[in-house]
Write a protein that binds this ligand. Structure first.
Ligand SMILES: [Fe+2]
Length: 294
């Protein structure tokens, strides 16, 4: 069965980003008009929310492929291991209470701070899909931050101050989790450690499709500003991180089993609070290859 574009309904949320899409079954081939409508809605609303989906890994990959090549994350050495680990194209994100064999990424129930997926790659993912397989009754919700609006609402002096600045982003996975890491969050010119990845991006990036300016900054992990006074740089990053955490930039998603979200990593950051370590929470993630930020 295929669907025609006329059956699609796109309803923006009341938040500054996000739209609910109905009339799409992501497990089957879609009409060209439908895909074009989804691409436009994704540019307009930054997070698309598909309800009641039922997808195998292959179907998830096939649907994601409409929007670009699937990102293969590079191999890396995981904590307490010696052999490099090559992440699969469909990552299972699960906490320790979920079945051990399904865990592909560091299981964690602790607060996950606002971050942009793959900002530590020279060409970060353009977007990510997250599919809810098993969710606890009482959350946690996931929150997406509109980084275009966050840029627009900076005062003119700050916009001038940050124009042209380059930021180094480190792949310090453990530093994404609050309470797990208490070391510095400003790298202050330090080199990458063995096995650690590092990419340099403009602090204000231009969205490759819409040309809009984006405050391209995590509120987690270690960063620093290239050729900038370390004390002033740390202060500036801290101030900008507080800025993007403001609740009026946020769409808050209350998960149901079968939800599929597709968001723009070139325009948003995301986070979630700590949750019950004994609850089982399983999601699948696929990311789309992106281009070098400019
Ligand atoms: Fe993420």
């Amino acid at each position: 069965m295929t669907l025609t574009a006329t059956q699609i309904q796109i309803t923006p949320t009341k938040a500054p980003l996000g739209a609910v899409v109905t009339g799409i079954d992501a497990s089957v081939a879609a009409q060209p008009e439908a895909i074009l409508q989804l691409k436009q809605a994704w540019r307009d609303y930054h997070v698309l929310i598909f309800k009641n989906q039922q997808l195998t890994d292959d179907q998830l990959l096939a649907f994601a492929n409409y929007f670009g090549d699937i990102l293969q994350q590079p191999a890396y050495i995981r904590k307490r291991e010696t052999e490099p680990y090559l992440p699969p194209l469909v990552l299972t994100l699960a906490n320790a209470a979920a079945e051990e064999s399904s865990v592909n990424l560091a299981p964690n129930y602790r607060e996950l701070l606002p971050h942009i997926d793959h900002d530590w790659l020279p060409a970060p993912s353009s977007g990510s899909f997250l599919y809810g397989v098993e969710l606890p009754e009482n959350g946690p919700d996931t929150y997406w931050v509109n980084l275009i609006q966050a840029y627009e609402e900076l005062d003119d002096a700050t916009k001038e101050q940050i124009a042209g600045l380059q930021v180094r982003h480190f792949s310090s996975f453990s530093k994404l989790y609050k309470d797990e890491y208490s070391g510095p969050i400003y790298a202050a010119g330090r080199p990458a450690e063995p096995g650690e990845r590092l990419a340099t991006h403009p602090l204000v990036r231009t969205h490759p499709d819409t040309g809009k300016k984006v405050l391209f900054l995590n509120a987690a992990g270690e960063v620093d500003i290239v050729d900038y006074d370390p004390v002033e740089g740390a202060k500036l990053i801290e101030r900008l991180r507080e800025h993007i955490k403001q609740p009026h930039y946020v769409y808050q998603h209350d998960w149901s089993k079968g939800d599929l979200l597709y968001w723009d990593n070139q325009a948003t950051a995301h986070y979630r609070p700590e949750f019950d370590a004994n609850a089982t929470r399983i999601l699948k993630r696929v990311s789309i290859r992106g281009s070098r930020p400019f």
